[in-house]
Design a protein around this ligand. Structure first.
Ligand code: HEM
Ligand SMILES: *[C@@H]1O[C@H](CO)[C@@H](O)[C@H](O)[C@H]1NC(C)=O
Ligand SMILES: *[C@@H]1O[C@H](CO)[C@@H](O)[C@H](O)[C@H]1NC(C)=O
Ligand SMILES: *[C@@H]1O[C@H](CO)[C@@H](O)[C@H](O)[C@H]1NC(C)=O
Ligand SMILES: CC(=O)N[C@H]1CO[C@H](CO)[C@@H](O)[C@@H]1O
Length: 328
């Protein structure tokens, strides 16, 4: 064999060895304490800046948690949810489901605090992941260690929100498929849906269940009729502005009430009710609704770490944005 050929076959052998690493290595490259040397106080700076907000406005914890979910499901946890639209591109931010995504200014404030200590080191994607964790733990939810080292993406596309994020009208088959597409299990689906123990929803996320479920002026038979009466008092037909607590009475506290509600057929969205349509998700709902020693906190922490790895950019991919709303 000529030397050139030898070199070529050696190179392609190397490539074969390398490719799987490049393909699947990403999320596994995230690690605990990633900023230990480059920005040792990053996590405590972020905690303090988040505390300043959540101690005064605990209801912001919900949209901040939801922001991490939206970021990860669309193009991976790459901060693409934070990018502003430009003259030539409509970004994720401007998609309809963003209407209720609040807290962009919180992320900006946290980013400024981190930039002051360590300019150009900590990604916006990592900041979203840490702020979500900190917010949840500050309202009596679980705490988990966040593997870090995510890089920020340079792309954000409005239409991807509609194809990647499950709608509140999704059935169990669609939900399972959309979670599987992100490498998340049926259990992750049940567990992460428990995030709806906090926060609020606009009426239009579920008003079809109250007024015109199949186009015959009917209601959703899977929703508790007594609850329908209450919801109708809050949401008149066509209301797109009123906010309803998803876990009435404790929508500010991260607890396992969500599963009690779903088990009582009081889950707000069709996607919540759908958890009763699959044997595995149903078993999880019933277990968490009935047990005195809930595993929800521990399960949620585990599933959040998994979700936080979806499509993460690492190494030389992407960049560390200077401002979270703009590519460098
Ligand atoms: C399983 C599929 C899911 C669907 C279909 C779904 C859908 C929705 C919808 C329609 C809202 C109401 C938005 C509004 O009108 O203001 C909402 C709120 C919320 N979602 Fe989900 N969601 C899902 C999963 C998740 C996950 C995995 C998380 C986080 C881990 C999450 C966290 C939240 C939070 C915290 C709120 C309250 C936001 C606020 O108070 O502003 N959701 N979700
Ligand atoms: C991004 O867009 C928001 C809303 O339009 C605007 O308030 C903000 O100033 C923009 N950020 C930057 C850095 O241009
Ligand atoms: C779920 O929704 C999809 C799309 O609308 C539909 O094709 C499918 O039959 C539905 N599955 C169930 C179990 O209802
Ligand atoms: C209910 O839905 C049907 C079919 O989409 C529509 O023709 C009808 O006008 C709706 N009724 C109300 C009260 O919105
Ligand atoms: C907070 C935010 O960026 N909201 C935008 C959501 O999308 C609509 C258009 O669909 C914009 O008008 C909002 O400014």
């Amino acid at each position: 064999m000529a030397t050139g050929q030898k070199l070529l076959s050696f190179l392609s052998f190397q490539l074969i060895l390398l490719l799987p690493v490049l393909d699947h290595g990403n999320a596994q490259d995230l690690k605990l304490g990633y900023y230990q040397k480059t920005c040792p106080n990053a996590e405590s700076i972020i905690w303090k800046a988040t505390y300043r907000v959540i101690s005064r406005a605990p209801t912001l914890a919900a949209p901040l948690l939801r922001m991490h979910f939206h970021d990860c499901f669309v193009r991976g946890c790459d901060g693409s949810v934070l990018l502003n639209s430009t003259k030539t591109n409509q970004a994720e931010k401007d998609a309809i489901p963003n209407r209720s995504l609040r807290g962009y200014n919180v992320i900006d404030a946290v980013k400024s605090a981190v930039e002051e200590a360590c300019p150009g080191v900590v990604s916006c994607a990592d900041i979203i992941a840490l702020v979500a964790r900190d917010s949840v733990s500050m309202i009596h939810g679980p705490y988990w260690e966040v593997p870090l080292g995510r890089r920020d993406g340079r792309v954000s596309i409005l239409n991807e929100v509609f194809s990647e994020l499950p709608a509140p009208f999704a059935n169990i088959t669609q939900l399972k498929q959309m979670f599987a597409a992100k490498g998340l299990s049926v259990k992750d689906l049940a567990v992460l849906s428990g995030a709806h123990t906090i926060g609020t929803s606009h009426c239009n996320g579920f008003s079809n269940r109250l007024y015109n479920f199949t186009g015959k002026g009917d209601t959703d038979p899977s929703l508790d009729p007594n609850y329908i009466v209450k919801l109708k008092q809050k949401c008149k037909p066509g209301d797109t502005t009123t906010l309803v607590e998803m876990d009435p009475g404790s929508f500010r506290t991260f607890d396992e009430d969500y599963f009690t509600l779903v088990a009582k057929r009081r889950g707000l969205f069709q996607s919540d009710a759908a958890l009763l349509d699959d044997a595995e998700t149903k078993a999880y709902v019933i277990l968490e609704a009935s047990t005195h020693v809930s595993t929800f906190a521990k399960d949620f922490a585990e599933s959040m770490v998994k979700m936080g790895k979806v499509g993460a950019l690492t190494g030389e991919q992407g960049e560390i944005r200077k401002h979270c709303a703009l590519v460098n």
